[in-house]
Ligand binder design. Structure first.
Ligand code: NAP
Length: 285
């Protein structure tokens, strides 16, 4: 079997065209959607991520603000900036790029963001809304994975989905979203005994670990759908995921590549959440 490639770039292109149309409509109504991205410190990967997010905003016609702060920024000064953006009517989404430098408390920082502008969906309120099935902002990466899964036409009801990784930003919300789609969900993590015994039973595997070759062909049931969230470098320095793509694509029925799978969808969902926030602000106006 040679797997169908689930193309995150193509799906993103389609969805971002809709984002651009929505942004133009909102702008015509005097509500241009705006996203503020805060980067603290000079982590090289974070610099690339924030640049890509701001560029995507510009391409889709959203207003964007990129604030760069030195790693020496105090917690109080960061909270002050967030308060100012909370009060800014031109800003509908606030994103603080993680990880933060040592000395800054990510939980306090995230909780300082107005829940109405929490387009990353990381706050405890947004997490609670996801847990209880209430409407709210969903974390961008797992929602992007759900959109990639839906794009294959698969009906997740009753399927067995195995998520490898249980972070608050990817693994846990991914498990909840799959559960809400009526899959039977197993969450695996670093203390899981015999990971392969779980993945071999899965109709859907989502790998979100951050270690290459976490999922190899012998660990995958023939015909399974595989979503690769991981971002790693191979020995040659090339970008790769958690999944041994060459091997697993011979066993799976569909698979996301790295790059070109989950990554672009994460940014696309961020834009969609910002549009949704602007639409809600317009409805409240
Ligand atoms: P994280 O917070 O480091 O979580 C990694 C998870 O993997 C943890 O739950 C950990 O278990 C689990 N794990 C570690 N070793 C394992 C093993 N041998 N077997 C099974 N599980 C294991 O990372 P994250 O933020 O969730 O991100 C995961 C990966 O996705 C990273 O490569 C990250 O760069 C990438 N990512 C990509 C995007 C994108 O847009 N493409 C977005 C976000 C993240 P414990 O909980 O027991 O430690």
């Amino acid at each position: 079997m040679t797997a169908q490639i689930i193309d995150g770039i193509a799906l993103s292109r389609t969805l971002r065209a809709q984002v651009a149309a929505d942004a133009a409509r909102l702008q015509a109504a005097g509500h241009r959607p705006g996203l503020a991205v805060l980067l603290v410190g000079d982590d090289p990967a974070s610099q690339v991520y924030v640049r890509n997010k701001v560029r995507a905003c510009e391409e889709a016609g959203l207003h964007s603000v990129l604030e760069r702060h030195p790693a020496s920024l105090t917690q109080a000064a960061l909270l002050e900036r967030i308060a100012a953006l909370n009060a800014d009517p031109a800003i509908h989404g606030i994103l603080v790029q993680m990880p933060l430098p040592a000395g800054l408390d990510p939980h306090r920082v995230i909780e300082a963001i107005d829940p109405a502008k929490d387009v990353d969906g990381y706050s405890t309120l947004s997490a609670g809304e996801l847990l209880t099935g209430l409407p709210g902002f969903r974390p961008c990466t797992p929602l992007g994975c759900m959109k990639l899964l839906h794009s294959t036409g698969v009906d997740l009801r009753g399927l067995h989905a195995v998520v490898i990784g249980r972070s608050n930003t990817v693994g846990k919300p991914m498990g909840l979203m799959l559960l809400q789609a009526h899959a039977t969900v197993t969450l695996c993590h670093s203390a899981t005994r015999d990971l392969a015994a779980h993945t071999r039973q899965a109709d859907v595997v989502v790998a979100a670990v951050g270690r290459r070759h976490t999922l190899t062909a012998d660990m995958v049931k023939p015909g399974a759908i595989v979503i690769d969230v991981g971002i790693n470098r191979d020995d040659a320095g090339k970008l790769c995921g958690d999944v041994d793509f060459a091997g697993v694509s011979q066993v799976a029925s569909a698979i996301t590549p790295v790059p070109g799978g989950v990554g672009p969808m994460t940014i696309t969902v961020l834009l969609m959440n910002t549009i949704e926030s602007a639409q809600r602000a317009l409805a409240r106006a």
